[in-house]
Ligand binder design. Structure first.
Ligand code: ADP
Ligand code: ZN
Ligand code: ZN
Length: 816
């Protein structure tokens, strides 16, 4: 009887794929292992075994697998269950989930590009034959594809070799040609074999009697290694045992010492615990008790604590308790809030127990964390961005989602378009454990769940140590510019406050919700602004390289001196970004140290951390930035926060705009005055009487909640209704109209007026593709599962229409 294995392939196709396996392979294969499988005529993919059975597929010829890639399962049963939930709920394929869930380095496929990692020091002699052949080939060519590797090695099963070399850090796989590696292999020294026995010692000393320095070095080496009992580097010897590097080199030349390498984790685990737990304040203790009580009856608890109320200290103590039960903890944060600051704080307390997982880490670093979690070999606490939900936990005892209101927990592209906060709650339930959501500005969704008694609720409304909340004031730009009390984009009150702050030796933060210098160039004669040729957007002016850029596709051209339409030289910039704020301020105060933090200045791996630490060390007086600097940063010396223009936050075409504006301003304000002195927040605006800005200044969360919920109910938006958004994409304008009309009317048959659109979004063309949106609103009483079934049927019928074959439909469940 023949046997078959069903595998998930990392493709956007809904079905599983069946391959044949031999009798011997059946014994070896365990579910959750990776298999190399052929696909199409020439392709090879890494598939994941999910089922063994005896049913021969009826409709196609079954091919045998090529190779089993693992000795033990790489993916656990819990993970598979979680993948299935994600695929069902967010309406995508298991293959798409697999692609997001596994670090890329574990997912070899025939299109994978392979490069030699020039930063790993490796001696060609240390390579085996196959490795050496690849080494040679990669000296001549920069990159190879898997099928080329097959030709070079003259065999089909090459994934195991490539996998091994990638995991050793010798090869780099395509997705990360740009990221820099830290060399993985460190060089140590030891006595060569000939001299490493005790018997050889007298001879050796005798031999060195004519070179006293070398003899002395050798003796120092002995006593040092006896003391440390650890592998020794040349650097250790010179720094800690006072042996000069040149003497070591001489000894290597004489073949008394030799260099060797030890496989090392790229992530430095040797982190010592440096602090004990703080004594929690009364308020913190009460909050902690309330959280634990709420966990007795509810799965989720919302900790609503103002910024700087000491939430993190509560997390630390909760984590400590879970560790004592021998369980794992997942601490989720938005990507951007995963700063060295917070990581250091946790490491100071938990030392090596902390593993970090986020996208700025290289592929290989991510693989290491993955394996540590899988084997439970190191680190019980994972602190990570949303994708750390997919790590192979086996013994999870608590999930904490900090800054739980953050919209960046949602993945927009590619599928799975999941929301990490919501998915975390489901994951916790698979482990029969609890989720703690923490925020100073919870989302309306979470608060609604509290009102409905689904979540527990714990409030901390005072800052720790009775530090006063900052004073928040609105500054009327219109009024002041009428009175000529503005300089550039700064009003007089903001400039005076800045001057006082810097004179007092304090630091300030300025917030502007836009990067670039000045988004748009506009002709004053004819009104033309240069547009991106492939997208329907105006190009943005970037001062530092004097260029105009498209933020959607990256297209750029040189800055123009004349209007492209009418040749008038009278052109100017409209709107302003962080770069312009920086330029204006520096011109006014040349002696101030000003630093900008936005997308442009933080592209490189460590740039973000560097800016933060130079601000922490007071090497910078004023930090100017975008949203980035609202996220959970704790600066001791900031007395003033200025918001350059709050109006751009209010004028967003999105039902959540007001909620987000409120959250953002409260979060930015939270950066001010974290010590004894009361901080000041100045918000410049053209609409000082706007209800949301008023609610921010009076800290009236309740009123904001009430008003916004009223609006949501009126307009049938979340949290009352659920949304599914469909975006159709295609090159042909007429076809996209036809297709979206077709899909909308199909949906309308079942959902009637709950289908909105189709309509073009504000930017209707991106990279030469038209986008058109349809939104489906699901009423509170309707079954979500049934509705999704109808949606799936609609999508299947759509796919069957021949003339729509060139159109892609992106489905986004809970799109905002
Ligand atoms: P949040 O996470 O709510 O913003 P933090 O946990 O960062 O607040 O606390 C704010 C500041 O107060 C931090 O500098 C923290 O070290 C300090 N802090 C909080 N709780 C305690 C405590 N129990 N004892 C001493 N310092 C504390
Ligand atoms: Zn013009
Ligand atoms: Zn573009």
């Amino acid at each position: 009887m023949s046997t078959y294995v069903d595998v998930i392939l990392p493709l956007p196709l809904k079905q599983l794929f069946t391959y044949a396996v031999s009798e011997q392979e059946v014994d070896e294969i365990q579910l959750g292992m990776r298999l190399a499988v052929p696909f199409g005529k020439t392709k090879v993919y890494t598939g994941l075994a999910v089922q063994l059975h005896n049913q021969k597929p009826l409709h196609y010829e079954v091919k045998p697998i090529e190779q089993i890639l693992d000795e033990a399962p790489l993916v656990t049963k819990n993970q598979l269950q979680f993948w299935k939930w994600i695929a069902d709920y967010y309406m995508c394929s298991l293959g798409e989930v697999m692609k997001t869930a596994l670090p890329n380095a574990l997912l070899l496929e025939s299109e994978t590009l392979i490069e030699w990692n020039k930063e790993t020091e490796i001696e060609p002699e240390a390579l085996d034959d196959e490795e050496f052949l690849l080494y040679e080939a990669l000296q001549k060519q920069n990159a190879l594809k898997i099928h080329e590797v097959m030709q070079i090695l003259d065999k089909k099963t090459v994934l195991p070799v490539v996998k091994r070399m990638a995991e050793k850090g010798i090869l780099i796989l395509n997705q990360e040609l740009n990221t820099k590696y830290k060399p993985k292999l460190k060089k140590y020294i030891r006595l060569t074999e000939a001299y490493s026995t005790e018997k050889a010692l007298p001879d050796l000393l005798e031999q060195l009697s004519s070179t006293p320095k070398q003899k002395e070095a050798l003796l120092k080496y002995f006593s040092f290694s006896a003391k440390t009992k650890k592998p020794i580097t040349t650097k250790d010897l010179s720094e800690k045992a006072d042996v000069s590097t040149s003497v070591v080199k001489a000894l290597i030349k004489k073949e008394i010492f030799e260099e060797y390498q030890i496989k090392q984790d790229r992530i430095d685990f040797a982190i010592a615990k440096t602090r004990a737990a703080f004594q929690l304040s009364e308020a913190q203790q009460t909050a902690m008790q309330q959280i634990e009580e709420s966990f007795e009856t509810k799965e989720v608890c919302l900790l609503h604590g103002v910024t700087s109320s000491g939430k993190t200290e509560i997390y630390i103590q909760l984590i400590e308790k879970v560790l004592q039960q021998g369980k794992q903890v997942l601490f989720l944060l938005p990507e951007i809030a995963l700063t060295t600051q917070l990581i250091k704080r946790l490491q100071a307390f938990f030392g090596e127990e902390v593993l970090v997982f986020h996208s700025k880490y290289s592929q290989n670093e991510r693989v290491e964390v993955y394996r540590h979690v899988l084997q439970q070999s190191k680190g019980k606490i994972v602190i990570g961005a949303r994708s750390s939900l997919f790590l192979p936990f086996s013994n999870l005892g608590l999930i904490i989602v900090d800054e739980a209101h953050e919209s960046s927990f949602k993945q927009y592209d590619p599928a799975p378009r999941y929301h990490a906060r919501d998915a975390a709650i489901v994951l916790a339930s698979f482990f029969k454990t609890k989720t703690l959501l923490g925020s100073a500005t919870p989302s309306l969704e979470s608060l609604t769940n509290v009102k409905d008694q689904k979540y527990g609720y714990v409030r901390l409304d005072k800052r720790f140590g009775n530090v006063q909340p900052p004073k928040i004031e609105l500054v009327d730009i219109k009024e002041l510019s009428r009175k000529k009390q503005t300089t550039g984009h700064f009003t007089k009150p903001l400039l005076s406050a800045l001057e006082k702050c810097i004179e007092d030796g304090k630091q300030a933060i300025l917030f502007q919700n836009r990067r670039g210098f000045s988004p748009i160039l506009e002709c004053k004669t004819c009104g033309h602004s240069p547009q991106c040729p492939s997208c329907d957007v105006s190009l943005t002016y970037h001062k530092h390289n004097n260029s105009l850029r498209c933020h959607y596709c990256g297209y750029s051209m040189a800055m123009q001196t004349k209007c492209l339409a009418c040749s008038s030289p009278d052109i100017s910039t409209k709107g302003f970004g962080t770069e312009q704020v920086e330029t204006e301020l520096q011109e006014l105060y040349p002696e101030w140290r000003i630093q900008r933090m936005d997308h442009d200045t933080t592209r490189r791996k460590h740039a973000y951390d560097r800016i933060i630490s130079s601000f922490e060390n007071h090497e910078v007086d004023v930090l100017i930035g975008t949203q980035m600097l609202t996220k959970g940063l704790d600066f001791r010396n900031v007395d003033l926060v200025g918001v350059m223009n709050a109006d751009s936050l209010l004028n967003f075409p999105d039902f959540r705009a007001y909620e987000r504006c409120f959250q953002l301003l409260v979060q930015v304000a939270g950066r001010a005055g974290r010590t004894e002195e009361q901080g000041l927040v100045l918000i410049q605006t053209y609409n000082p009487y706007h209800q949301i800005l008023q609610q921010v200044t009076t800290n009236n969360f309740k009123l904001m909640f009430k008003e916004q919920m009223y609006e949501r109910k009126n307009y049938a938006f979340p949290p009352y209704f659920r949304l599914i958004k469909f975006t159709l994409k295609g090159r042909d304008y007429n076809r996209i109209n036809e297709a979206s009309d077709w899909l909308a009317s199909y949906l309308k048959q079942s959902f009637g007026k709950q289908v909105l659109g189709p309509e073009f979004p504000p930017v209707a063309r991106i990279k030469n593709k038209y986008h058109k949106n349809i939104q489906l609103k699901i009423a509170p009483k309707q079954s979500v599962i049934k509705s999704k079934k109808i949606v799936q049927k609609a999508l299947n019928s759509f796919e069957a229409v021949g003339q729509f074959r060139s159109i892609r439909v992106v489905v986004n469940v809970d799109p905002y």
